[in-house]
Write a protein that binds this ligand. Sequence first.
Ligand SMILES: [Zn+2]
Length: 667
Amino acid sequence: MPHRLSGKDTHLRRRSQERKSSADLLKNSVLSGKIVTIRSFALKPSLSMTTQTLRLSLVCFVLVWWCADIVGGSLFAVTLPEKLPEHPRLFFTKQKEAEIKEQIKTDAFLDQLVQELIKKADRVKAEPPSKYDIPDGIRLLNQSRRSIDRTTTLAFAYRMTGNKEYADAAITEMLTVCRFKDWNPSHYLDVAEMATAVGIGYDWLYDVIPNEQREEIKAGLMKHALKTGLELYEKGGWWTTGHNNWNEVCNAGLTIGALAVAEDERTIAESIVNAAIKSMPNGLSVYKPDGAYPEGPGYWAYGASFTGLMLKVLDGIVPDAQAELLKTEGLNVTGDYYMNIISPNYLNFNYADGGDGADASPMMFALSTFYDRPDYAVWLREFLQRKNRFASGRLAVFHAIWYNPAGTSADFAKTPLAQKFSGIQDVCTMRTAWDDPNAAFLGFKGGDNKANHGHLDIGSFVYEVNGVRWAVDLGADNYNLPGFWGQQRWNYFRQNNRSHNTLVIGDKIQNPAAVCEIGNFVPGGTIELLAGIFEDPDVIASASVDMTDAYKGQAECVLRIACFRKDGEMEIRDIIQGVKDPVRWGMMTRAEIELDGKTAILSQNGKKIRLELTTFDAEETAKFEIVSAKPPTEAENQNDGYRMLAIVSIPQLDRGQLMIRVVIKPM
Ligand SMILES: [Zn+2]
């Protein structure tokens, strides 16, 4: 039976006359079940160009990285003001408190936010203080986070209501953690988050903490955080020059702690603020050039939110340093990345380590104010409202403190439906609408398999429509698995390409050193295929990733093209050359699967989608199958409730080349 193109393909209209002959060639060859033209015609030249560009960008990357380490980031020197602003001076000044109290009289949204936070404080007040608990033998972090949640919520509620019970509970929490033997400096995030909790609580409640207790809390902050932090800055602790979330979190936490006690501990406070300002550009360098986050959206919500704390804590104290950090390339548009990487139904495109549950980070309000982007504020207000996240997360009080009422939903009218982000990990997303939780969504990535927290997931995608995430990324496995951060990382199912929505060739993992860019990202009505550029008014965007580097030694050329249409239909085409071993195509899902040869129907939550498979230059036997999502070992997450829709073995004809086309349609 001859292969047929869908009705939509046959309506493709060529835009580029220059490419007419090649377009016809591919179209004809595909129609007759052959892609023989690809080898000689299009793929090779574009690959050699990609390799050159890649080499160049790698050289640049290494240079920039090296230079950033040499200078330790910014050389900006900070002198704390002679007379520091009175307490509370961090984030929630008396003036800010008065403004919020006035604003809630007329702003129903802010009023609801504040009421939800006070309700949360009532809940938190009844719970016991945090305890010194390191359940995995490595991290105190859960207690540090709980302490931020408790201290900030209770202190905020006291300031808004005047009810002393909240303040007393927050003071008890602070005294408890300050009496710990340490804040677990061997895992320094734990110290940084504890310093955030205690620094904020000390400052916000300064007036009501009895003298003796004030001294005890200050001494705890000095001993556990500021002294250990200064030592690390002086010794050059790894995160001080790190290009990842640790740098952002540790610098922010220590700066908060330092500024909270700066009038009494001026020398150490000034040293820490200076060291943090100098160190911070290392962490912030990952936002270049367009705000994308190499560690994925889960870690953006962590790293960027603490960058928000870092920037905002400098307000009114060292504004010049704040202004300097705000100039960081990519930071001004990183809110675009966050809005785009989260789906219409508020799930992350969770590449790298991290779950799909999106975080309503208050950083979006901070960014909206810093960079005059009312659309960020509208987006966050929608998120908080639709998902009732007013009080969720340990930084929830900053939803109220950084609240920005600017903008209306009309601000989304100009937001593109598809966007590509570069940087260390190339990703792109496409959606059918901004204001509809049932809209279709495609997230698609190239990227760098070496990126911090990265997976072997080049070419992977997630797909969502009608409020269901059909094609999922399982996220990270347990960080404490043996060798998880070393030799064994790529053996683990959740970390390698066997669990991702991409290809597996000859049952091998992707090249862990691979870097693959998104080559052709074409938004709006055009598709760039190998054979040329076509116009199709129903297309929102298309993109391609040259995955050859990811399958080094397994195939000569591997190209994946994704196309996304206005009706929510999407398509993935894989073009593989010089391959000997069988190829497996996979898509991880929670849905029930009904198989019928080259068609599969997926059902979940009463909704359905349909997948159709076409192969070219392959044996006719290729069909959809279901593959277990069980990992090879008991110690790993067993992925209950998940299965992989796969085309298990795609044996090609003798030519060593193959094309796989899967169309996914909402029903
Ligand atoms: Zn993954």
